[in-house]
Write a protein that binds this ligand. Structure first.
Ligand code: SAM
Length: 286
């Protein structure tokens, strides 16, 4: 069945007198080709469990629910509850939660759904057009806090997508690049113009796919995370100075320099010139 999302969106916005809430990052996706491509990129099988963050008016939800046996929709805006239940009245394969994604214990929620549905889910995917004001905390939460989610297919600002896949020695390369690389494989699936949304955001967007994969072996994750945060705290400075001024591991200047020399890092190098393998080596030499 062909869906005309632009028409449906206009009708719903008229009927319920909806004005997109800017503070909540509401930009509704109205381009059916993009919606279809998100579903193709997520490669959902009927038996997967899908979690959608911010279903809004249900534009992406409808595509998701046509392709999976069960989905959890988490929406912070209480006004959307009636609209969504109305729009999705022909579907009985979803649970709608009026909640803040950043406050939910996701793995506990998944476990409750498994008990309710009497089914253990192997593949758990997040498919979402994210509210951009909290993109990074959401990505970290999904990658770090949940042991159950395997794959994340999300719409983000193009600029964030570029930071995620950045290479050393570029201005985009930083904490987000290293954190995501440490926890997952990342790919930009396709670029989305701002004309695909109502209202149109100021920025171009991109759909990215993050597949959980811890491919680097560090002796201590805690030290790895500390190291990259300290190294990039003052990215214009030499890494030795940045580590010193952020009091990395309570080391003094001499100890920091010894650590860097031991790992063949030039004392004049800046954090953005160092690749992830070197950060891993440094951690494992402590
Ligand atoms: N999925 C819809 C679409 O594609 O048309 C709407 C996407 S819109 C970019 C982001 C949605 O996330 C909005 O509906 C907004 O209300 C919701 N949202 C914002 N902050 C949220 C939060 N902390 N937790 C859950 N949903 C949130």
């Amino acid at each position: 069945m062909e869906i005309n999302t632009l028409n449906i969106t206009k009708k719903i916005m008229n009927k319920y007198n909806i004005k997109a809430n800017k503070k909540l990052g509401q930009n509704f996706l109205i381009d059916d080709n993009i919606l279809k491509n998100i579903i193709i990129s997520s490669n959902i099988a009927q038996n997967d469990l899908v979690i959608e963050i911010g279903p809004g008016l249900g534009n992406l939800s409808e595509y998701i629910l046509n392709n999976v046996n069960f989905a959890i929709l988490i929406e912070i805006d209480k006004n959307m509850e009636k609209i969504l239940n109305d729009r999705l009245k022909n579907y009985n394969n979803y649970l709608l939660l009026n909640d803040d994604i950043l406050k939910i214990n996701i793995d506990e929620l998944i476990e409750n759904i498994e008990i309710k549905n009497n089914k253990k889910y192997e593949n758990i995917k997040v498919v979402a057009n994210l509210p951009y004001y909290i993109t990074t905390p959401i990505i970290f939460k999904l990658l770090q806090d949940s042991k159950r989610i395997n794959e994340i297919i999300i719409m983000v600002q193009k600029e964030v997508a570029e930071r995620i896949i950045a290479k050393p020695k570029s201005k985009e390369y930083g904490i987000l690049t290293l954190m995501v690389d440490y926890l997952a494989d990342a790919n930009i699936e396709f670029i989305v113009p701002n004309s695909s949304f109502i209202p149109a955001p100021d920025v171009t967007s991109a759909v990215i796919k993050l597949t959980k994969n811890k491919k680097y072996k560090v002796n201590s994750e805690e030290i790895f995370f500390k190291l990259i945060h300290s190294a990039f705290a003052q990215r214009r400075k030499k890494i030795s100075n940045s580590l010193e001024s952020t009091n990395f591991m309570n080391m003094n200047k001499k100890e920091i320099e010894e650590l860097l020399i031991k790992n063949n890092v030039n004392l004049n190098a800046r954090a953005e010139e160092i690749d992830i393998n070197k950060y891993v080596e440094i951690v494992n030499s402590i």
